[in-house]
Design a protein around this ligand. Structure first.
Ligand SMILES: *[C@@H]1O[C@H](CO)[C@@H](O)[C@H](O)[C@H]1NC(C)=O
Ligand SMILES: *[C@@H]1O[C@H](CO)[C@@H](O)[C@H](O)[C@H]1NC(C)=O
Ligand SMILES: *[C@@H]1O[C@H](CO)[C@@H](O)[C@H](O)[C@H]1NC(C)=O
Length: 584
Protein backbone atom coordinates (compact mmCIF):
# COMPACT_ATOMS: atom_id res chain seq x y z
CA UNK A 1 0.00 0.00 0.00
CA UNK A 2 2.72 2.39 1.07
CA UNK A 3 4.58 1.55 -2.15
CA UNK A 4 1.57 2.26 -4.35
CA UNK A 5 0.92 5.54 -2.59
CA UNK A 6 4.61 6.42 -3.03
CA UNK A 7 4.37 5.79 -6.74
CA UNK A 8 1.19 7.86 -6.99
CA UNK A 9 2.95 10.66 -5.18
CA UNK A 10 5.90 10.46 -7.56
CA UNK A 11 3.61 10.41 -10.58
CA UNK A 12 1.80 13.42 -9.19
CA UNK A 13 5.07 15.25 -8.71
CA UNK A 14 6.19 14.54 -12.27
CA UNK A 15 2.86 15.65 -13.65
CA UNK A 16 2.94 18.69 -11.43
CA UNK A 17 6.39 19.75 -12.66
CA UNK A 18 5.17 19.16 -16.17
CA UNK A 19 1.94 21.01 -15.97
CA UNK A 20 1.97 23.72 -13.33
CA UNK A 21 1.33 26.43 -15.98
CA UNK A 22 -2.16 24.93 -16.36
CA UNK A 23 -3.28 27.12 -13.49
CA UNK A 24 -4.39 30.20 -15.32
CA UNK A 25 -6.39 31.97 -12.68
CA UNK A 26 -5.44 33.79 -9.57
CA UNK A 27 -8.64 32.98 -7.75
CA UNK A 28 -8.04 30.49 -4.95
CA UNK A 29 -9.10 26.88 -4.84
CA UNK A 30 -11.36 26.00 -1.93
CA UNK A 31 -11.49 22.63 -0.20
CA UNK A 32 -13.93 21.70 2.55
CA UNK A 33 -13.34 18.61 4.66
CA UNK A 34 -16.69 17.93 6.32
CA UNK A 35 -16.75 15.18 8.93
CA UNK A 36 -19.94 13.80 10.44
CA UNK A 37 -20.87 14.32 14.11
CA UNK A 38 -17.39 15.35 15.20
CA UNK A 39 -17.22 16.89 18.68
CA UNK A 40 -15.15 19.80 19.84
CA UNK A 41 -15.83 19.28 23.53
CA UNK A 42 -14.60 15.72 23.91
CA UNK A 43 -11.16 16.53 22.48
CA UNK A 44 -11.41 14.52 19.24
CA UNK A 45 -9.27 17.13 17.49
CA UNK A 46 -6.40 16.40 19.88
CA UNK A 47 -6.21 12.88 18.51
CA UNK A 48 -5.57 14.04 14.94
CA UNK A 49 -1.83 14.82 14.65
CA UNK A 50 -1.87 15.28 10.85
CA UNK A 51 -4.77 17.72 11.04
CA UNK A 52 -2.70 19.66 13.55
CA UNK A 53 0.43 19.52 11.42
CA UNK A 54 -1.23 20.56 8.15
CA UNK A 55 -4.20 22.73 9.10
CA UNK A 56 -4.23 23.86 12.73
CA UNK A 57 -0.54 24.83 12.79
CA UNK A 58 -1.02 26.85 9.59
CA UNK A 59 -4.43 28.38 10.13
CA UNK A 60 -7.04 29.85 12.43
CA UNK A 61 -9.12 27.78 14.82
CA UNK A 62 -12.51 29.51 15.20
CA UNK A 63 -13.30 28.55 18.78
CA UNK A 64 -16.82 29.97 18.87
CA UNK A 65 -18.11 28.28 15.77
CA UNK A 66 -21.66 26.89 15.92
CA UNK A 67 -24.10 24.87 13.91
CA UNK A 68 -27.64 26.20 14.15
CA UNK A 69 -29.44 22.84 13.98
CA UNK A 70 -27.62 19.92 15.57
CA UNK A 71 -28.44 17.12 13.15
CA UNK A 72 -26.94 16.02 9.85
CA UNK A 73 -29.32 16.82 7.03
CA UNK A 74 -30.78 20.13 8.26
CA UNK A 75 -27.28 21.29 9.14
CA UNK A 76 -25.89 20.30 5.73
CA UNK A 77 -28.74 22.03 3.94
CA UNK A 78 -27.97 25.13 6.02
CA UNK A 79 -24.30 24.86 5.03
CA UNK A 80 -24.94 24.61 1.31
CA UNK A 81 -27.82 27.09 1.09
CA UNK A 82 -26.54 29.63 3.64
CA UNK A 83 -29.96 29.69 5.30
CA UNK A 84 -31.15 28.78 8.75
CA UNK A 85 -33.35 25.69 8.87
CA UNK A 86 -36.39 27.93 9.45
CA UNK A 87 -35.69 29.37 5.99
CA UNK A 88 -35.14 26.02 4.28
CA UNK A 89 -37.83 24.04 6.10
CA UNK A 90 -35.56 21.03 5.78
CA UNK A 91 -35.71 20.25 9.48
CA UNK A 92 -35.29 16.47 9.69
CA UNK A 93 -33.26 13.65 8.18
CA UNK A 94 -36.21 11.87 6.56
CA UNK A 95 -39.35 13.00 4.72
CA UNK A 96 -41.84 14.49 5.29
CA UNK A 97 -39.85 17.19 7.11
CA UNK A 98 -36.39 16.56 5.74
CA UNK A 99 -33.93 14.51 3.74
CA UNK A 100 -32.88 14.89 0.12
CA UNK A 101 -36.45 14.71 -1.26
CA UNK A 102 -37.48 17.67 0.91
CA UNK A 103 -34.37 19.61 -0.20
CA UNK A 104 -35.42 19.06 -3.81
CA UNK A 105 -39.09 19.84 -3.11
CA UNK A 106 -38.12 23.16 -1.54
CA UNK A 107 -36.45 24.16 -4.82
CA UNK A 108 -32.88 24.22 -3.55
CA UNK A 109 -31.39 21.81 -6.05
CA UNK A 110 -31.31 24.69 -8.56
CA UNK A 111 -30.36 27.28 -5.95
CA UNK A 112 -27.47 26.41 -3.65
CA UNK A 113 -23.77 26.97 -3.28
CA UNK A 114 -22.30 24.67 -5.96
CA UNK A 115 -24.66 26.13 -8.56
CA UNK A 116 -23.66 29.67 -7.56
CA UNK A 117 -19.96 28.70 -7.64
CA UNK A 118 -20.29 27.30 -11.14
CA UNK A 119 -21.97 30.57 -12.15
CA UNK A 120 -18.89 32.32 -10.75
CA UNK A 121 -16.60 30.28 -12.98
CA UNK A 122 -15.57 27.53 -10.57
CA UNK A 123 -15.44 23.85 -11.18
CA UNK A 124 -17.09 21.99 -8.32
CA UNK A 125 -16.44 18.53 -6.91
CA UNK A 126 -17.98 16.50 -4.14
CA UNK A 127 -17.39 13.10 -2.63
CA UNK A 128 -19.02 11.49 0.39
CA UNK A 129 -22.30 12.04 2.13
CA UNK A 130 -24.37 14.89 0.72
CA UNK A 131 -27.73 14.56 2.51
CA UNK A 132 -29.75 11.89 4.28
CA UNK A 133 -32.41 10.03 2.34
CA UNK A 134 -30.32 10.39 -0.81
CA UNK A 135 -30.57 6.75 -1.77
CA UNK A 136 -29.85 3.93 -4.20
CA UNK A 137 -33.42 4.56 -5.42
CA UNK A 138 -33.68 8.33 -5.77
CA UNK A 139 -30.07 9.24 -6.72
CA UNK A 140 -31.09 10.17 -10.24
CA UNK A 141 -34.50 11.71 -9.67
CA UNK A 142 -33.18 14.29 -9.86
CA UNK A 143 -29.41 14.08 -9.73
CA UNK A 144 -27.93 16.69 -7.35
CA UNK A 145 -27.23 19.76 -9.47
CA UNK A 146 -24.16 21.95 -9.45
CA UNK A 147 -21.32 19.44 -9.44
CA UNK A 148 -18.76 19.23 -12.23
CA UNK A 149 -17.91 15.79 -10.96
CA UNK A 150 -19.22 13.91 -7.95
CA UNK A 151 -19.09 10.59 -6.14
CA UNK A 152 -21.81 10.40 -3.47
CA UNK A 153 -22.34 7.95 -0.65
CA UNK A 154 -25.90 6.65 -0.81
CA UNK A 155 -28.41 5.44 1.76
CA UNK A 156 -29.10 2.91 3.08
CA UNK A 157 -25.35 2.16 2.99
CA UNK A 158 -24.01 5.65 3.78
CA UNK A 159 -23.09 4.73 7.35
CA UNK A 160 -21.78 1.23 6.70
CA UNK A 161 -18.06 1.54 7.20
CA UNK A 162 -17.49 -1.82 5.51
CA UNK A 163 -20.25 -1.87 2.93
CA UNK A 164 -20.50 1.56 1.37
CA UNK A 165 -22.28 2.35 -1.87
CA UNK A 166 -20.98 5.23 -3.97
CA UNK A 167 -22.53 6.76 -7.05
CA UNK A 168 -20.27 8.61 -9.50
CA UNK A 169 -21.53 11.32 -11.88
CA UNK A 170 -24.42 9.87 -13.88
CA UNK A 171 -23.32 6.27 -13.38
CA UNK A 172 -25.34 3.72 -11.40
CA UNK A 173 -24.46 3.01 -7.75
CA UNK A 174 -21.51 0.72 -6.99
CA UNK A 175 -21.17 -1.33 -3.79
CA UNK A 176 -17.80 -1.55 -2.05
CA UNK A 177 -18.62 -4.48 0.17
CA UNK A 178 -15.85 -5.42 2.57
CA UNK A 179 -13.69 -2.36 1.83
CA UNK A 180 -13.06 0.47 4.26
CA UNK A 181 -15.29 3.40 3.33
CA UNK A 182 -12.96 6.24 4.42
CA UNK A 183 -10.07 4.79 2.41
CA UNK A 184 -12.23 4.47 -0.70
CA UNK A 185 -13.42 8.01 -0.13
CA UNK A 186 -9.80 9.18 0.12
CA UNK A 187 -8.94 7.67 -3.27
CA UNK A 188 -12.02 9.30 -4.76
CA UNK A 189 -11.08 12.63 -3.20
CA UNK A 190 -7.58 12.44 -4.71
CA UNK A 191 -9.07 11.63 -8.10
CA UNK A 192 -11.42 14.61 -7.94
CA UNK A 193 -8.53 16.79 -6.79
CA UNK A 194 -6.58 15.77 -9.88
CA UNK A 195 -9.59 16.63 -12.05
CA UNK A 196 -9.78 20.02 -10.39
CA UNK A 197 -6.10 20.72 -10.83
CA UNK A 198 -6.19 19.92 -14.55
CA UNK A 199 -9.47 21.69 -15.21
CA UNK A 200 -7.98 25.12 -15.98
CA UNK A 201 -10.45 26.72 -13.64
CA UNK A 202 -10.26 27.41 -9.92
CA UNK A 203 -12.00 24.60 -8.13
CA UNK A 204 -14.16 23.89 -5.11
CA UNK A 205 -13.94 20.41 -3.60
CA UNK A 206 -15.84 18.97 -0.67
CA UNK A 207 -14.73 15.73 0.93
CA UNK A 208 -17.37 14.45 3.33
CA UNK A 209 -16.37 11.28 5.17
CA UNK A 210 -18.86 9.57 7.43
CA UNK A 211 -16.48 9.29 10.41
CA UNK A 212 -16.94 9.53 13.29
CA UNK A 213 -20.71 8.95 12.83
CA UNK A 214 -22.01 5.67 14.25
CA UNK A 215 -22.22 2.64 12.01
CA UNK A 216 -25.76 1.98 10.80
CA UNK A 217 -26.94 -1.47 9.80
CA UNK A 218 -28.61 -1.03 6.40
CA UNK A 219 -31.02 -3.87 7.08
CA UNK A 220 -32.59 -1.80 9.84
CA UNK A 221 -33.09 1.17 7.55
CA UNK A 222 -36.78 1.49 6.72
CA UNK A 223 -37.99 3.18 3.61
CA UNK A 224 -38.67 6.65 4.99
CA UNK A 225 -41.72 6.91 2.74
CA UNK A 226 -43.03 3.53 3.81
CA UNK A 227 -45.11 2.34 6.71
CA UNK A 228 -44.15 2.93 10.29
CA UNK A 229 -41.50 4.99 12.01
CA UNK A 230 -37.99 4.64 10.56
CA UNK A 231 -36.55 5.38 14.00
CA UNK A 232 -38.15 2.39 15.65
CA UNK A 233 -35.82 -0.19 14.20
CA UNK A 234 -32.73 1.66 13.09
CA UNK A 235 -29.64 0.05 14.59
CA UNK A 236 -26.74 2.40 15.23
CA UNK A 237 -23.54 1.16 16.83
CA UNK A 238 -20.03 2.44 17.41
CA UNK A 239 -18.17 3.53 14.28
CA UNK A 240 -15.82 0.92 12.79
CA UNK A 241 -12.19 1.98 12.56
CA UNK A 242 -9.83 0.78 9.85
CA UNK A 243 -8.11 -2.48 10.83
CA UNK A 244 -4.77 -0.66 11.17
CA UNK A 245 -6.22 1.70 13.83
CA UNK A 246 -8.12 -0.71 16.05
CA UNK A 247 -5.39 -1.02 18.65
CA UNK A 248 -5.07 2.70 19.27
CA UNK A 249 -5.79 4.69 22.44
CA UNK A 250 -6.24 1.84 24.92
CA UNK A 251 -7.88 3.01 28.11
CA UNK A 252 -8.86 6.42 26.74
CA UNK A 253 -12.24 7.55 28.08
CA UNK A 254 -14.72 10.36 27.58
CA UNK A 255 -13.34 13.40 29.47
CA UNK A 256 -14.91 13.54 32.94
CA UNK A 257 -16.21 17.11 32.82
CA UNK A 258 -18.59 18.55 35.41
CA UNK A 259 -21.60 17.62 33.29
CA UNK A 260 -20.48 14.01 32.79
CA UNK A 261 -23.30 11.77 34.08
CA UNK A 262 -24.13 14.31 36.79
CA UNK A 263 -25.68 13.38 40.15
CA UNK A 264 -28.57 15.76 39.56
CA UNK A 265 -30.67 15.79 36.38
CA UNK A 266 -30.22 18.81 34.10
CA UNK A 267 -31.81 20.32 31.01
CA UNK A 268 -35.50 20.47 30.17
CA UNK A 269 -38.28 18.39 28.61
CA UNK A 270 -37.28 14.70 28.23
CA UNK A 271 -33.64 15.33 29.21
CA UNK A 272 -34.63 16.40 32.70
CA UNK A 273 -36.18 12.97 33.27
CA UNK A 274 -33.18 10.84 32.33
CA UNK A 275 -31.92 8.38 34.93
CA UNK A 276 -28.26 8.36 35.85
CA UNK A 277 -26.26 6.09 33.55
CA UNK A 278 -25.13 2.79 35.05
CA UNK A 279 -21.50 1.62 35.10
CA UNK A 280 -22.33 -0.89 32.38
CA UNK A 281 -23.59 1.88 30.10
CA UNK A 282 -20.67 4.16 30.93
CA UNK A 283 -18.20 1.44 29.95
CA UNK A 284 -20.04 0.89 26.68
CA UNK A 285 -20.06 4.64 26.04
CA UNK A 286 -16.31 4.91 26.69
CA UNK A 287 -15.67 2.14 24.18
CA UNK A 288 -17.93 3.95 21.73
CA UNK A 289 -15.90 7.10 22.29
CA UNK A 290 -12.60 5.29 21.65
CA UNK A 291 -14.00 3.82 18.41
CA UNK A 292 -14.78 7.37 17.27
CA UNK A 293 -11.20 8.46 17.87
CA UNK A 294 -9.95 5.40 15.99
CA UNK A 295 -12.34 5.97 13.08
CA UNK A 296 -11.07 9.54 12.78
CA UNK A 297 -7.53 8.29 12.09
CA UNK A 298 -8.38 7.45 8.48
CA UNK A 299 -9.73 11.00 8.16
CA UNK A 300 -6.48 12.32 9.58
CA UNK A 301 -4.59 10.40 6.89
CA UNK A 302 -6.98 11.75 4.27
CA UNK A 303 -6.14 15.32 5.34
CA UNK A 304 -2.46 14.43 4.99
CA UNK A 305 -3.10 12.96 1.54
CA UNK A 306 -4.89 16.08 0.33
CA UNK A 307 -2.36 18.56 1.67
CA UNK A 308 0.57 16.52 0.37
CA UNK A 309 -0.96 16.46 -3.11
CA UNK A 310 -1.69 20.19 -3.06
CA UNK A 311 1.90 20.77 -2.05
CA UNK A 312 3.25 18.50 -4.80
CA UNK A 313 1.14 20.34 -7.34
CA UNK A 314 2.54 23.62 -6.08
CA UNK A 315 -0.93 25.03 -5.34
CA UNK A 316 -1.10 24.66 -1.56
CA UNK A 317 -0.46 28.37 -1.02
CA UNK A 318 -3.33 29.32 -3.32
CA UNK A 319 -5.84 27.00 -1.67
CA UNK A 320 -8.15 27.57 1.27
CA UNK A 321 -8.87 24.48 3.32
CA UNK A 322 -11.82 24.52 5.71
CA UNK A 323 -12.09 21.70 8.20
CA UNK A 324 -15.42 21.34 9.97
CA UNK A 325 -18.31 18.97 10.71
CA UNK A 326 -22.09 19.10 10.40
CA UNK A 327 -22.90 19.09 14.12
CA UNK A 328 -21.33 18.14 17.43
CA UNK A 329 -21.88 15.15 19.68
CA UNK A 330 -22.38 14.14 23.29
CA UNK A 331 -21.54 10.93 25.12
CA UNK A 332 -22.68 10.60 28.75
CA UNK A 333 -22.86 14.36 29.41
CA UNK A 334 -26.19 15.31 31.02
CA UNK A 335 -26.86 11.54 31.38
CA UNK A 336 -27.29 11.29 27.62
CA UNK A 337 -26.36 8.23 25.63
CA UNK A 338 -24.31 8.89 22.46
CA UNK A 339 -26.05 11.30 20.11
CA UNK A 340 -26.71 14.89 19.08
CA UNK A 341 -29.92 16.97 18.55
CA UNK A 342 -29.55 18.90 21.82
CA UNK A 343 -28.81 22.57 22.35
CA UNK A 344 -25.98 21.90 24.77
CA UNK A 345 -22.54 23.19 23.89
CA UNK A 346 -21.28 19.66 23.08
CA UNK A 347 -23.79 19.45 20.22
CA UNK A 348 -23.63 22.95 18.76
CA UNK A 349 -20.11 24.33 19.34
CA UNK A 350 -18.07 22.53 16.69
CA UNK A 351 -14.65 22.55 15.05
CA UNK A 352 -13.92 25.07 12.32
CA UNK A 353 -10.32 25.47 11.25
CA UNK A 354 -9.30 27.38 8.14
CA UNK A 355 -5.92 27.66 6.47
CA UNK A 356 -5.21 29.58 3.30
CA UNK A 357 -3.69 32.72 1.83
CA UNK A 358 -3.52 35.45 4.48
CA UNK A 359 -5.16 33.39 7.23
CA UNK A 360 -3.15 33.93 10.43
CA UNK A 361 -1.96 31.13 12.67
CA UNK A 362 -3.81 31.01 15.97
CA UNK A 363 -7.24 31.02 17.52
CA UNK A 364 -10.13 33.41 16.93
CA UNK A 365 -12.85 33.92 19.52
CA UNK A 366 -15.35 35.80 17.36
CA UNK A 367 -18.78 34.21 16.96
CA UNK A 368 -19.29 32.33 13.70
CA UNK A 369 -21.93 29.88 12.50
CA UNK A 370 -22.60 27.42 9.72
CA UNK A 371 -24.81 30.03 8.03
CA UNK A 372 -21.58 31.99 7.50
CA UNK A 373 -19.81 29.36 5.42
CA UNK A 374 -21.73 29.83 2.15
CA UNK A 375 -21.09 33.62 2.17
CA UNK A 376 -17.45 33.02 3.15
CA UNK A 377 -16.89 30.62 0.27
CA UNK A 378 -18.82 32.78 -2.21
CA UNK A 379 -16.77 35.80 -1.25
CA UNK A 380 -13.51 33.88 -1.75
CA UNK A 381 -14.77 32.81 -5.17
CA UNK A 382 -15.72 36.35 -6.16
CA UNK A 383 -19.42 35.47 -6.15
CA UNK A 384 -22.42 37.46 -4.94
CA UNK A 385 -22.20 36.95 -1.19
CA UNK A 386 -24.44 39.94 -0.57
CA UNK A 387 -27.48 38.19 -2.02
CA UNK A 388 -30.32 38.73 0.42
CA UNK A 389 -31.27 35.10 0.95
CA UNK A 390 -28.08 34.39 2.91
CA UNK A 391 -28.57 34.40 6.68
CA UNK A 392 -24.90 34.74 7.58
CA UNK A 393 -21.93 36.92 6.75
CA UNK A 394 -18.41 36.13 5.55
CA UNK A 395 -16.02 34.93 8.25
CA UNK A 396 -13.00 37.25 8.53
CA UNK A 397 -9.91 35.47 7.30
CA UNK A 398 -7.07 37.91 7.96
CA UNK A 399 -5.59 39.26 11.15
CA UNK A 400 -6.96 42.79 10.80
CA UNK A 401 -10.52 41.78 10.03
CA UNK A 402 -10.53 39.22 12.80
CA UNK A 403 -9.40 41.90 15.25
CA UNK A 404 -11.93 44.42 13.92
CA UNK A 405 -14.84 42.00 13.99
CA UNK A 406 -14.06 41.12 17.59
CA UNK A 407 -15.78 44.45 18.26
CA UNK A 408 -18.26 44.75 15.40
CA UNK A 409 -19.39 41.22 14.62
CA UNK A 410 -22.65 39.67 15.79
CA UNK A 411 -22.52 38.15 19.27
CA UNK A 412 -25.37 35.69 18.93
CA UNK A 413 -26.08 32.37 17.29
CA UNK A 414 -29.56 31.24 16.35
CA UNK A 415 -30.13 27.63 17.47
CA UNK A 416 -33.28 25.70 16.56
CA UNK A 417 -34.54 22.15 16.49
CA UNK A 418 -37.65 20.21 15.60
CA UNK A 419 -38.31 16.59 16.40
CA UNK A 420 -36.77 14.03 18.67
CA UNK A 421 -33.60 13.14 20.53
CA UNK A 422 -32.24 9.83 19.24
CA UNK A 423 -30.01 7.53 21.31
CA UNK A 424 -27.20 5.85 19.35
CA UNK A 425 -25.56 2.63 20.47
CA UNK A 426 -27.29 -0.40 21.95
CA UNK A 427 -28.87 1.35 24.94
CA UNK A 428 -32.08 3.38 24.74
CA UNK A 429 -32.89 6.25 27.11
CA UNK A 430 -33.69 5.19 30.67
CA UNK A 431 -36.02 7.55 32.49
CA UNK A 432 -36.11 8.29 36.20
CA UNK A 433 -39.48 6.50 36.52
CA UNK A 434 -37.93 3.24 35.29
CA UNK A 435 -39.27 3.42 31.75
CA UNK A 436 -37.00 2.89 28.75
CA UNK A 437 -37.83 4.90 25.63
CA UNK A 438 -36.40 4.64 22.12
CA UNK A 439 -36.21 8.41 21.65
CA UNK A 440 -36.65 11.67 23.51
CA UNK A 441 -40.06 13.20 22.68
CA UNK A 442 -40.77 16.90 22.52
CA UNK A 443 -37.25 17.80 21.41
CA UNK A 444 -38.43 20.95 19.65
CA UNK A 445 -36.93 24.22 20.86
CA UNK A 446 -35.71 27.70 19.92
CA UNK A 447 -32.50 28.89 21.47
CA UNK A 448 -29.84 31.55 21.46
CA UNK A 449 -26.17 31.60 22.26
CA UNK A 450 -24.98 35.08 23.16
CA UNK A 451 -21.26 35.64 23.67
CA UNK A 452 -20.04 39.18 24.34
CA UNK A 453 -17.61 41.10 26.42
CA UNK A 454 -18.11 39.63 29.92
CA UNK A 455 -21.15 37.55 29.11
CA UNK A 456 -21.65 34.07 27.81
CA UNK A 457 -25.28 32.88 27.79
CA UNK A 458 -27.51 30.13 26.50
CA UNK A 459 -31.24 30.77 26.46
CA UNK A 460 -33.90 28.39 25.19
CA UNK A 461 -37.66 28.11 24.96
CA UNK A 462 -39.02 24.61 24.45
CA UNK A 463 -42.20 23.50 22.71
CA UNK A 464 -43.38 22.49 26.19
CA UNK A 465 -42.89 26.17 27.12
CA UNK A 466 -40.12 25.26 29.53
CA UNK A 467 -37.24 27.73 29.62
CA UNK A 468 -33.53 27.35 30.18
CA UNK A 469 -30.98 30.03 30.95
CA UNK A 470 -27.36 29.12 31.58
CA UNK A 471 -24.53 31.48 32.38
CA UNK A 472 -21.60 29.69 30.81
CA UNK A 473 -19.12 32.12 32.34
CA UNK A 474 -19.77 30.53 35.72
CA UNK A 475 -21.42 27.27 34.61
CA UNK A 476 -19.68 25.96 31.47
CA UNK A 477 -21.30 22.55 31.90
CA UNK A 478 -24.82 24.06 31.71
CA UNK A 479 -25.90 22.34 34.90
CA UNK A 480 -27.68 25.16 36.69
CA UNK A 481 -30.73 26.61 35.00
CA UNK A 482 -31.06 30.16 36.35
CA UNK A 483 -34.35 30.90 34.64
CA UNK A 484 -36.76 32.22 37.32
CA UNK A 485 -39.36 29.56 36.41
CA UNK A 486 -37.10 26.83 37.82
CA UNK A 487 -34.51 28.58 39.95
CA UNK A 488 -35.44 28.54 43.64
CA UNK A 489 -36.80 31.96 44.52
CA UNK A 490 -34.51 33.81 46.84
CA UNK A 491 -33.74 37.40 47.58
CA UNK A 492 -30.42 37.10 45.74
CA UNK A 493 -31.20 36.78 42.05
CA UNK A 494 -28.26 35.64 39.96
CA UNK A 495 -26.58 38.52 38.17
CA UNK A 496 -25.77 38.64 34.48
CA UNK A 497 -23.52 41.49 33.38
CA UNK A 498 -24.06 42.88 36.86
CA UNK A 499 -27.83 43.05 36.34
CA UNK A 500 -30.54 40.86 37.84
CA UNK A 501 -31.80 38.11 35.55
CA UNK A 502 -35.25 39.70 35.58
CA UNK A 503 -33.81 42.70 33.74
CA UNK A 504 -31.81 40.65 31.23
CA UNK A 505 -34.46 38.08 30.33
CA UNK A 506 -36.93 40.36 28.50
CA UNK A 507 -34.03 41.47 26.28
CA UNK A 508 -33.21 37.83 25.51
CA UNK A 509 -36.89 37.14 24.83
CA UNK A 510 -37.03 39.99 22.36
CA UNK A 511 -33.82 38.90 20.65
CA UNK A 512 -34.98 35.28 20.37
CA UNK A 513 -38.30 36.50 18.96
CA UNK A 514 -36.33 38.01 16.06
CA UNK A 515 -33.68 35.34 15.51
CA UNK A 516 -36.08 32.39 15.47
CA UNK A 517 -37.71 33.67 12.30
CA UNK A 518 -35.07 36.07 10.94
CA UNK A 519 -34.20 36.27 7.25
CA UNK A 520 -31.05 37.59 5.62
CA UNK A 521 -29.89 40.85 7.19
CA UNK A 522 -32.09 40.52 10.27
CA UNK A 523 -30.28 37.27 11.15
CA UNK A 524 -26.93 39.03 11.46
CA UNK A 525 -28.43 42.30 12.78
CA UNK A 526 -31.42 41.22 14.88
CA UNK A 527 -31.32 44.24 17.19
CA UNK A 528 -32.08 46.42 14.16
CA UNK A 529 -35.60 44.97 14.15
CA UNK A 530 -36.26 45.95 17.76
CA UNK A 531 -34.32 49.22 17.61
CA UNK A 532 -34.75 50.42 14.02
CA UNK A 533 -32.83 53.64 14.65
CA UNK A 534 -29.67 51.59 15.05
CA UNK A 535 -28.55 52.62 18.51
CA UNK A 536 -28.61 49.08 19.90
CA UNK A 537 -26.21 46.54 18.48
CA UNK A 538 -25.60 44.22 21.40
CA UNK A 539 -27.17 42.84 24.54
CA UNK A 540 -25.08 45.30 26.49
CA UNK A 541 -26.53 48.24 24.54
CA UNK A 542 -30.05 46.90 25.04
CA UNK A 543 -29.53 46.83 28.79
CA UNK A 544 -29.42 50.63 28.94
CA UNK A 545 -31.92 51.71 31.56
CA UNK A 546 -33.66 54.01 29.10
CA UNK A 547 -35.15 50.86 27.58
CA UNK A 548 -36.28 49.32 30.89
CA UNK A 549 -39.89 50.45 30.60
CA UNK A 550 -40.11 49.18 27.03
CA UNK A 551 -38.67 45.74 27.77
CA UNK A 552 -40.54 45.24 31.02
CA UNK A 553 -43.84 46.28 29.50
CA UNK A 554 -44.22 46.46 25.77
CA UNK A 555 -42.70 43.21 24.65
CA UNK A 556 -45.92 41.29 24.98
CA UNK A 557 -45.02 38.86 22.24
CA UNK A 558 -42.64 36.41 23.87
CA UNK A 559 -41.61 33.18 22.19
CA UNK A 560 -44.04 30.45 23.11
CA UNK A 561 -45.51 27.34 21.56
CA UNK A 562 -49.07 26.09 21.19
CA UNK A 563 -47.84 22.51 21.07
CA UNK A 564 -44.94 20.24 20.21
CA UNK A 565 -44.58 19.25 16.57
CA UNK A 566 -42.05 17.13 14.69
CA UNK A 567 -41.64 19.78 12.00
CA UNK A 568 -41.87 23.49 11.34
CA UNK A 569 -45.63 23.96 11.73
CA UNK A 570 -45.89 27.67 12.08
CA UNK A 571 -49.40 27.66 13.57
CA UNK A 572 -48.03 25.77 16.59
CA UNK A 573 -45.24 28.23 17.19
CA UNK A 574 -47.08 31.15 18.75
CA UNK A 575 -46.36 34.83 18.05
CA UNK A 576 -44.11 35.56 15.08
CA UNK A 577 -43.54 39.29 15.14
CA UNK A 578 -41.17 41.20 17.38
CA UNK A 579 -42.31 44.54 18.79
CA UNK A 580 -40.12 47.50 17.86
CA UNK A 581 -39.06 50.20 20.27
CA UNK A 582 -40.52 53.49 19.17
CA UNK A 583 -40.00 55.58 22.30
CA UNK A 584 -37.78 58.57 22.96
C1 LIG B 1 -24.03 -4.60 1.50
O1 LIG B 1 -24.41 -3.87 0.34
C2 LIG B 1 -25.03 -4.65 -0.63
C3 LIG B 1 -25.18 -3.86 -1.93
O2 LIG B 1 -25.67 -2.59 -1.73
C4 LIG B 1 -26.36 -5.15 -0.08
O3 LIG B 1 -27.05 -5.92 -1.04
C5 LIG B 1 -26.10 -5.99 1.15
O4 LIG B 1 -27.31 -6.37 1.76
C6 LIG B 1 -25.26 -5.22 2.15
N1 LIG B 1 -24.81 -6.10 3.21
C7 LIG B 1 -25.04 -5.84 4.49
C8 LIG B 1 -24.50 -6.85 5.46
O5 LIG B 1 -25.64 -4.85 4.87
C1 LIG C 1 -44.92 16.63 25.17
O1 LIG C 1 -45.33 17.94 25.48
C2 LIG C 1 -46.74 18.06 25.69
C3 LIG C 1 -47.00 19.54 25.86
O2 LIG C 1 -46.88 20.18 24.62
C4 LIG C 1 -47.15 17.24 26.88
O3 LIG C 1 -48.53 17.32 27.06
C5 LIG C 1 -46.75 15.79 26.64
O4 LIG C 1 -47.00 15.03 27.79
C6 LIG C 1 -45.26 15.68 26.31
N1 LIG C 1 -44.98 14.33 25.90
C7 LIG C 1 -43.99 13.62 26.43
C8 LIG C 1 -43.85 12.22 25.94
O5 LIG C 1 -43.21 14.07 27.24
C1 LIG D 1 -42.62 22.89 6.35
O1 LIG D 1 -42.83 21.68 5.69
C2 LIG D 1 -43.88 20.91 6.24
C3 LIG D 1 -43.89 19.57 5.54
O2 LIG D 1 -44.06 19.73 4.17
C4 LIG D 1 -45.19 21.68 6.13
O3 LIG D 1 -46.22 20.93 6.73
C5 LIG D 1 -45.03 23.01 6.86
O4 LIG D 1 -46.20 23.79 6.73
C6 LIG D 1 -43.86 23.78 6.32
N1 LIG D 1 -43.63 24.94 7.16
C7 LIG D 1 -43.52 26.17 6.68
C8 LIG D 1 -43.28 27.25 7.69
O5 LIG D 1 -43.56 26.42 5.49
Amino acid sequence: MRCILGLLGLAATIRALDQVPLKQEERPNIIVVLTDDQDLHMDSINYMPLLKKHIIDHGTFYKHHYCSTAICCPSRVTLWTGRNAHNTNVTDVFPPYGGYPKFVAQGFNENYLPVWLQDSGYNTYYTGKLFNAHTVDNWNSPHPAGWTSSDFLLDPHTYQYLNATFQRNENPPVSYQGQYATDILAEKAYGLLDEGVYSKKPFFLTVAPVAPHSNVDSNTFRDPNGEGDPLDEIHMTAPIPAERHRHLFPGVKVPRTANFNPDKPSGASWIKHLAKLTDEVLTYNDNFYRARLQALQAVDELVDGIVTRLSNYGILENTYILYTTDNGYHISQHRLNPGKECGFEEDINIPLIIRGPGVPVGEADIVTAHTDLAPTILKLAGGDWKRDDLDGSPIPLDQNSIRREKVTRQEHVNVEFWGRGIPEGVYRFSLDDGRVVSYGSNNTYKALRVIGQNYNLYYSVWCTNEHELYDLATDPGQLTNIHPSVAPSSSTQPLVLGFPVSKVLPRLDALLMVTKSCKGYTCTHPWSVIHPNGDVRSLRDALDEKFDAFYLGEVASRVQFEKCELGYIIESEGPQEAVAFDGL
